[in-house]
Structure formats: structure tokens, C-alpha cells
Design a binder for this molecule. Structure first.
Ligand code: ADP
Ligand code: TRP
Length: 320
């Protein structure tokens, strides 16, 4: 089984990215042949400063490795180190109907918020389809918000196959973990870099405490029973605490007697502990930039020949 996923270097990864995509991807590296990449071509739709882009790529690579991506098991690389993917994107764009792209949620959301779209933003899902199809990927672990992009990838692959030959491109399946399909942000909307409502994975202690203490709660009094199902504190706690710990917090909510501040403190402690080993690994990795570069170079050297062989097949089928 070939597993593939990508993440854009558009800012510091947050709890949504981690629980929605990074942690499931890291878990899957033991189950098959994993390919994970930093989607730097995609990031050009929003990041326009080369220094910032390089910096985000480096930081994201550090974060992913610190969280447990094992370069001995997973091929880890930068998207732009396999430039063949842009050629496939072109070929795919020639079978992709404009209305399909006009219907993409991410495109509609951005334009609705007043963003004047570039052609790159419009054709973003075609490049994403190329990312997936160029490695003959079987499964793609992502968060819920990428589901439509995966459906488009399958549609585009089916259209391409209908035109140029059955089984030319392999149709991938999304893998979306229900429990963390859409992690909420500090304001209750989906956590996203674009909404300024994130909890970065490797936030410093003080700002992390401030963010957790600032979580919105209702005005139920200290002694009164509280509804654990309506609380974002419990929702976050579920991501990092054991079932017994969650059950204890839920029971305490229902019993009353503690204010929300008490539970926020418990949540902060659990989060801080959860990421302690990763934080320590990250500090060690950051001290060795040459190691990081060598991992990404080795990853590209493994990924590129694979992409080239699929391109050979595809070019021949198209008459190029
Ligand atoms: P952002 O919306 O913050 O820009 P990305 O689009 O870079 O995040 O997403 C990277 C990966 O993280 C994708 O697989 C996406 O589905 C997942 N993801 C992003 N936000 C969340 C969230 N709030 N809950 C679950 N998964 C998420
Ligand atoms: N669009 C994805 C996101 O915003 C990133 C991405 C690009 C991706 N290419 C991909 C994810 C291929 C999975 C497979 O999160």
C-alpha cells in the first residue's frame, strides 16, 4: 500500500494540522510505503516572500520530524524537488472542466472573503491531483476539509483514464480520521491558519497558557453542573488525554464545584506534557541544519524516479 500526503508551508503547524493529518500520517508510516511532502508550490498561492517561504519549509520539516516522521520509513521531500508534478498538472488540466474548479469550497471561501484569485489558486486542486496521481498513491490521510479535493482527484483521474486508457492512473482513497476530522479553533470555527484562531504545536509555554486560559466558555457558575459535550475544553482534552482522564473530567463537569479555569489548567498541563518529547527532539534537530537538508535531499532522490516513471507512461499515452 502506498500512502501519500502533503502539507503547505504557510505558517506554524497547529493542533488541527497535527491531529487531522500529521499524527495519522505518522501512524501509517508503519503500514506501508509512505510519501510525505512539503507542498511549497501550493504555498506560492499565498506566500510571496522567498525568505519567508524557505523559513516556513524548514520549520515545517523540523516539526514533522520532531513529531515522529521517521525518514528511514517514510520518504520525506519538498514538492518542488520533483518538478515533474507540474507537467502532470498541465496534462490533467486539459481534462478538467472549469465548472469543477469553480465549485471547489476552498476557492469559493477565499473569493467570498474578498481575495482576488490568481490562476494558481483556481487550479490548485489540479496540482494536488497531480501530487497524488504521480506516485500511484493508494491512500491519502488528510483532514475533513480536504475531502472535496480528493473527490476531485478521483474525478480528474477517471476522466484522464477515459480519454487515454483504463488503469493509466490509479484512483486513490482518502483516509479521514473521524475523531479529529475537524479540530475547532480558539473561536469555535475550524482551526485554520487563515482564521487566526490556532494553537501552534510548538507554542512557547507562556503564550500557550494564555491561549488556553482565553478559551471561550459560557457563564455557568462555579458550583453549578456543566455540560461537557458543549465545552471546547473537553473537546481539546480528548485529543491529548486518556479515556479514563476524559471520563474523570466529564464526571467532574457534571458534578459541578469547579470553575472553568480549573479545567483549563488541567488541559494546559496535558497539552504541555503530550508534546514534551517532540519539543525535546525538535530542539536537537534544529541544532543540525545539515541533517535536515540531507533528509529532504534523500527523500527527493527516492521520490523523483518514481514520478519520472509514471510520467513516461503518461506522456506516451498522450502522444507526447
Ligand atoms: P490550514 O487550514 O490551517 O491552512 P492546511 O490547509 O495547511 O491547514 O492543512 C494541512 C492538513 O491539516 C490537511 O490535511 C488538513 O485537512 C488538516 N487540517 C487543517 N486544519 C484542520 C482542523 N482544524 N482539523 C483537522 N484537520 C485539519
Ligand atoms: N491541499 C492540501 C492542504 O491544504 C495540501 C496538499 C497539497 C496535499 N497536495 C496534496 C494533501 C496531496 C494531500 C495530498 O492541506
Amino acid at each position: 500500500m502506498r500512502i501519500l500526503s502533503g502539507i503547505q508551508p504557510t505558517g506554524r503547524p497547529h493542533l488541527g494540522n497535527y491531529f487531522g493529518m500529521m499524527q495519522p500520517a505518522i501512524g501509517l508510516q508503519h503500514e506501508g510505503e509512505a510519501f510525505y511532502f512539503i507542498a511549497d508550490y501550493h504555498a506560492l498561492t499565498t506566500i510571496h516572500d522567498p525568505v519567508v517561504l524557505r523559513d516556513h519549509c524548514r520549520e515545517l520539516a523540523l516539526d514533522f520530524l520532531a513529531c515522529g516522521l521517521d525518514p528511514a520509513r517514510a520518504t520525506f521531500f519538498r514538492q518542488s524537488h520533483v518538478p515533474e508534478v507540474t507537467e502532470l498538472a498541465w496534462l490533467l488540466s486539459c481534462v478538467t472542466p472549469v465548472p469543477m474548479l469553480e465549485n471547489a469550497h476552498s476557492f469559493k471561501d477565499k473569493t467570498a472573503r474578498g481575495f482576488v484569485p490568481s490562476t494558481g489558486l483556481f487550479t490548485y486542486p489540479v496540482l494536488m491531483a497531480a501530487d497524488i496521481l504521480i506516485y500511484d498513491s493508494d491512500v491519502v490521510p488528510v483532514g475533513q476539509d480536504q475531502k472535496q479535493h480528493l473527490e476531485m482527484t478521483r474525478d480528474i483521474a477517471a476522466k484522464f483514464n477515459a480519454r487515454y486508457g483504463q488503469d493509466l492512473l490509479k484512483l486513490p482513497k482518502p483516509m479521514i480520521r473521524e475523531a479529529s476530522a475537524a479540530v475547532p479553533g480558539l473561536d469555535g470555527q475550524k482551526m485554520s491558519k487563515s482564521y487566526n484562531n490556532t494553537v501552534p504545536l510548538f507554542e512557547e509555554e507562556k503564550p500557550l497558557r494564555k491561549k488556553i486560559m482565553g478559551l471561550k466558555t459560557d457563564s455557568v457558575g462555579v458550583d453549578e453542573p456543566k455540560d461537557p459535550d458543549a465545552s471546547s475544553i473537553v473537546q481539546f482534552y480528548k485529543l491529548v488525554a486518556s479515556e479514563t482522564e476524559v471520563a474523570a473530567m466529564e464526571a467532574s463537569f457534571r458534578a459541578g464545584g469547579y470553575g472553568y479555569g480549573h479545567y483549563k489548567q488541567q488541559l494546559f498541563d496535558a497539552l504541555w506534557e503530550h508534546f514534551r518529547p517532540a519539543r525535546e527532539r525538535r530542539t536537537a534537530l534544529a541544532a543540525d541544519p545539515a541533517y535536515l537538508d540531507s533528509i529532504l535531499a534523500e527523500g527527493a532522490a527516492k521520490a523523483r524516479p518514481l514520478a519520472q516513471s509514471v510520467m513516461q507512461r503518461v506522456r506516451a499515452a498522450c502522444g507526447l
